[in-house]
Design a protein around this ligand. Structure first.
Ligand SMILES: [Cu+2]
Length: 112
């Protein structure tokens, strides 16, 4: 019986393939936190990449929401001491506010 020899190119990734793998590793989703305190989103403006996770943490004693004006996302009521997470599925520039407090404004920019 003859031994089976695998072609070398199957065992060793081509340089281009390795670069693609490194690029994919660099683009792992990140996590971000927006604190809601004293009726203010902080940071008020945040830029993330598509696929990143953003968590709003409510440190006030009453509920807030994070509601995109175009409807791209809406937390619903985030209770006092509660939090809400959103994975940025769509890229774009999203203004959002709190449904309970019209003076509260935030902006989430999602890069592709
Ligand atoms: Cu509010």
């Amino acid at each position: 019986m003859r031994p089976v020899r695998l072609p070398g190119r199957l065992l060793r990734p081509a340089p281009g393939l390795l670069c693609a793998a490194l690029a994919a590793a660099a683009a792992q989703p990140a996590t971000h936190t927006i604190t809601v305190e004293n009726m203010v989103y902080s940071p008020a403006s945040l830029t993330v990449h598509r696929g990143d996770r953003i968590t709003w943490v409510n440190k006030d004693l009453f509920p807030h929401t994070a509601s995109a004006l175009g409807g791209a996302f809406d937390s619903g009521a985030i209770a006092a001491d509660g939090s809400w997470s959103y994975v940025a599925a769509k890229s774009g520039d999203f203004a959002y506010d709190c449904r309970f407090h019209p003076t509260m404004h935030g902006r989430l920019k999602v890069d592709p």
